[in-house]
Every structure is written in C-alpha cells, then in structure tokens.
Design a protein around this ligand. Structure first.
Ligand SMILES: CC(C)(COP(=O)(O)OP(=O)(O)OC[C@H]1O[C@@H](n2cnc3c(N)ncnc32)[C@H](O)[C@@H]1OP(=O)(O)O)[C@@H](O)C(=O)NCCC(=O)NCCS
Length: 166
C-alpha cells in the first residue's frame, strides 16, 4: 500500500496525534514555535476540527505520515487569510509530500476565496525556507530568528482580488 493525500476525517485524530508524537524536539519547535510534550500534542490533535480548518493528510491504511493545516481567520481588513502548519514523518521526507500537500490545500483555500497565506518559520528551518521559496512571489518580514512570509492567493481565474496584499 502506498501513501496518498486525503482529507482529514474526525476519526483520524488519534493517528494524527501519533504522527505528531513521532516528531522530535526540534521538529516540534519548528512546527509549533515552542516545545510540545506528547500530552500537549495529543490534546492538540484531539482539538483539530476538519469542519473549521482546512486539512489534508498523508495516509497509508490507518497511519498518518504527514499533515498540512490551514487555519483561516479574518485580517484587519476583514479579508480571509490562512496560517500554515505542516509536518511530514522524518522517514518520508524529501519525496515531495509537503509540496504536494501544500498544493492541495492551496487549491481548496482558493475555492474558499482565501486571499492570503501566512507562514511563520525559523530561519534555520531550511526545508521550510525551500518550501516557501517554491511558492513564488512571497513578501517576508524578519524578526530575529523568525520569518513571517506572506503571499497573495490568486483566484481560480488567476486574478488578484481587490484589497488583497502580499
Ligand atoms: C518542512 C517539512 C514539512 C518538509 O517536508 P518534505 O516532505 O521533506 O518536503 P518536500 O520533499 O516537499 O521538499 C520541499 C522543499 O524543501 C527542500 N528540503 C526538504 N528538506 C530539506 C532540508 N533538510 N534541507 C534543505 N532543503 C530541504 C526540498 O529539496 C524541496 O525544495 P525544492 O522544491 O527546491 O527541491 C518537513 O521537513 C517537516 O516536517 N519538518 C518539521 C516540521 C516543520 O518544520 N514544519 C514547518 C513549520 S509549520
């Protein structure tokens, strides 16, 4: 059986917690910005709501090997924007899975008329820096070790919406 990219279902939350607990201490800090215990990761996974956020997972049978989450909210101009969180099992990295999951969630985000993607990552996270670069025309702000990258999501017809920044 091979890995496939699928939507997250409510009955996947335990397997999602297992994936997050396989991340080592550095990966956890890269993903969440802070140290996360196993207990906190299980709680985080249990609170994930596929009805609220946009999720896709990398799945083989019941096992989850990666997840890409867009948390959608309104910015100061009341436009819908999305924060990205992404992780892949260490054993499945550098095979393009994060790139593919990101493409999939961005298509869903465009359909939902999300105007902008925001990605926060640490400068030393070279994999994330490469993933962000692959998105194209990104504007970046640096605050010490942290980078906030932002880029506009064109609509399905390629146009930029009025009031969009990025
Ligand atoms: C970031 C992460 C999701 C990338 O997953 P992945 O499946 O290995 O990524 P891909 O295979 O799609 O590669 C994406 C790009 O990153 C590059 N890359 C991957 N790992 C890299 C590394 N260790 N060093 C440098 N570049 C790397 C790839 O070459 C590719 O760039 P390219 O398109 O120019 O060739 C994975 O490393 C991870 O889970 N890290 C821990 C959690 C994390 O950092 N999350 C990000 C913050 S939300």
């Amino acid at each position: 059986m091979s890995w496939t990219i699928q939507p997250l279902h409510a009955n996947d939350l335990a397997a999602l917690g297992d994936h997050l607990m396989r991340l080592d201490a550095t990966d956890r800090r890269y993903r969440f910005g802070i140290a996360m215990s196993d207990r906190q990761l299980v709680d985080f996974a249990q609170r994930c709501d596929p009805e609220r956020d946009i999720f896709v997972v990398l799945k083989r049978g019941a096992r989850i090997g990666g997840v890409c989450q867009l948390s959608v909210y309104r910015d100061a101009a009341l436009l819908p924007v999305a924060d990205l969180g992404i992780s892949v099992d260490a054993t499945s990295r550098r095979s393009g899975w994060a790139t593919q999951m990101l493409r999939t969630v961005l298509n869903i985000a465009r359909e939902r008329r999300v105007t902008r993607l925001v990605v926060q990552y640490l400068r030393c996270n070279l994999a994330m820096a490469a993933l962000v670069r692959s998105l194209g025309d990104v504007s970046e702000e640096r605050h010490g070790a942290e980078v906030t990258a932002s880029f506009a999501l064109p609509t399905a017809n390629g146009r930029t919406r009025v009031g969009e920044t990025g």
